[in-house]
Design a binder for this molecule. Structure first.
Ligand code: PLP
Length: 516
């Protein structure tokens, strides 16, 4: 189809404005002559139907979870139920303002509070902050909290954070941002943390270990309890990168593994749309001893009792009552048992985000959790792990790797294109591009760094067996093509509007402007 810009015909228009019913103001009197355009702006002139077709066509070229299988490892591109959008768009949630007095936004405060309670239950931890706006922001906040804890305990010589080489790439960055020194710990041949290496680097300068669980090989560390014990014995804390809780929720509570601080990625695990940089939410949960250091504000609640007047809770209830009477609705207020408010933890690290956090994402995650319930969340984890292992079992012989295809995986599996590379010079990038021709979004590639030619595949629990079978078939077919017709794979994609991009150039020299 021709682009809109190529269909322009002078004088054609998608809308007809009524003739002005006031005298036209002379332009040159309103705008100084030097600012007046010398020539028209060069926009395409098209009719309404052409305009509609243009945008519809563009939307079809957009790839997302709603049109294709999107197994982007580590990113959890699961289906986001549409009811989340409908409910998050309700006017009572959509038309409030963060500067409103708290007694007029009790509903949203209650949602944030209750979501926090759910996250405590899921993690087994004691206190939460809903403020961080993304996973990496949660890491930053969590590590800051750990730093404040050590400072309060006069342990400022603790300046290092240990990070396994199987951790997510944001971990060392967050640690460095907090003024700590990241120290790398090696993985052993089975994809676990190498305990001897950990032992040699653990000392009274260690502030924490930062573990991605499951790690980026898609594996659960078999020595988790031992690691936590060693770290705690040395006086350091255990930080868990819980961005991929999709494998664990409802099955194991991170607190039971010895975790002190954890961040969630609500925009992955709890089904809120993400990609292209946002929006997200990365709440953190901590143990009691770290709670005094959480950022402000922490949402709390206090009981509203019918007691003697003069009692502050009764006064609050009376205030709420009179507010809602003005709006003609008192029934819900009469039922309210708590007043939601916020507090400032006494040794707080301060404010890390405006207002209460990314409310829209919090609301959708809350709806998702309440819709699924405890059993549903557990089932989601089980299905995510089952789906990933199904793919692993079907493809490991075609795309074997030294460590990550030897064990059962968690919610994602890491395959390798080394075999194809050796046999015919087909790179993992080529395999990923060829998948586009088969109608699939490519998986994450070249990550984790510790697997050569890595293909990191996360199917999520929301995909059917038929979809997985289609993907598996395509991957087998590409393995065969790599042998029989490597040139076909190397020059993929063949079916897209734009063929193989120079990715560096595409990112650095974006052409975003139409020049007539
Ligand atoms: C996605 C991810 C992050 C970073 O989350 P953002 O919201 O993109 O900042 C951190 N750790 C792991 C393991 C992840 O998968």
């Amino acid at each position: 189809m021709k682009l809109i810009f190529e269909q322009s015909q002078p004088g054609r228009s998608a809308c007809a404005l009524p003739k002005p019913d006031v005298p036209e103001a002379p332009l040159d009197k309103l705008v100084p002559a030097q600012y007046l355009r010398q020539s028209p702006p060069g926009l395409p002139e098209v009719d309404e139907l052409t305009l509609v077709r243009h945008y519809t066509e563009l939307s079809r070229r957009n790839v997302g979870v709603d049109n294709v299988f999107y197994p982007l490892g580590s990113c959890t591109m699961k289906y986001n139920p549409k009811i989340n959008e409908t409910l998050a768009g309700l006017s009572g949630l959509n038309e409030i303002h963060p500067y409103q007095p708290e007694e007029t936004v009790q509903g949203i405060l209650q949602i944030i509070y209750e979501l926090g309670e759910c996250l405590k239950e899921i993690s087994g931890l004691d206190a939460v902050s809903m403020a961080p706006a993304a996973g990496a922001h949660g890491e930053f906040t969590g590590i800051k909290t750990i730093k404040a804890f050590h400072k309060a305990n006069h342990q400022e010589q603790r300046i290092q954070v240990l990070i396994p080489d199987s951790a997510h790439g944001t971990n060392p960055a967050s640690v460095a941002f907090c003024g700590y020194e990241p120290v790398e710990i090696k993985s052993d041949a089975c994809g676990n943390v190498d305990l001897a290496d950990l032992k040699s680097k653990l000392n009274d300068r260690t502030a924490a270990i930062m573990l991605t669980i499951p790690n980026t090989l898609g594996l659960f560390d078999e020595h988790m309890l031992k690691i936590a014990e060693m770290v705690h014995q040395s006086g350091a804390l255990v930080y868990m990168d819980g961005a991929n809780l999709n494998a664990l929720m409802g099955i194991v509570k991170p607190a039971d593994l010895g975790v002190d601080v954890l961040h969630f990625n609500l925009h992955k695990t709890f089904a809120t749309p993400h990609g292209g940089g946002g929006p997200g939410a990365g709440p953190i949960a901590v143990t009691t001893k770290l709670a005094p250091f959480l950022p402000v504000p922490v949402i709390t609640r206090e009981p509203l009792k019918d007691g003697k007047s003069g009692d502050t809770s009764v006064l609050k209830k009376q205030h709420l009552y009179s507010l809602s009477r003005q709006k003609g609705d008192t029934s819900s207020i009469l039922k309210m048992e708590h007043f939601y408010t916020f507090c400032c933890p006494d040794q707080s690290i301060g404010r890390i985000k405006g207002f209460y956090g990314n409310i829209n994402v919090l609301v959708k995650a809350y709806i998702y959790i309440r819709m699924l319930g405890a059993e549903g969340l557990k089932k989601a984890s089980q299905m995510a792990v089952l789906n990933a292992n199904y793919i692993l079992s079907q493809l490991k012989e075609y795309y074997p790797s030294t460590c990550s295809t030897q064990r059962l995986c968690m919610h994602e599996c890491v395959l390798s294109g080394v075999k194809q590379m050796k046999e015919s010079g087909v790179k993992t990038l080529d395999i990923a591009k060829r998948l586009i021709d088969y109608g699939f979004h490519p998986p994450t590639i070249y990550f984790p760094l510790i697997v050569h030619e890595a293909l990191m595949i996360e199917p999520t629990e929301t995909e059917s067996k038929e979809t997985l079978d289609g993907f598996i078939e395509a991957m087998k077919q590409i393995a065969k093509e790599s042998k029989d017709n490597p040139q076909l794979v190397k020059s993929a994609p063949q079916t897209t509007v734009v063929k193989r991009l120079d990715e560096v150039k595409a990112a650095r020299e974006l052409v975003l402007r139409y020049q007539p």
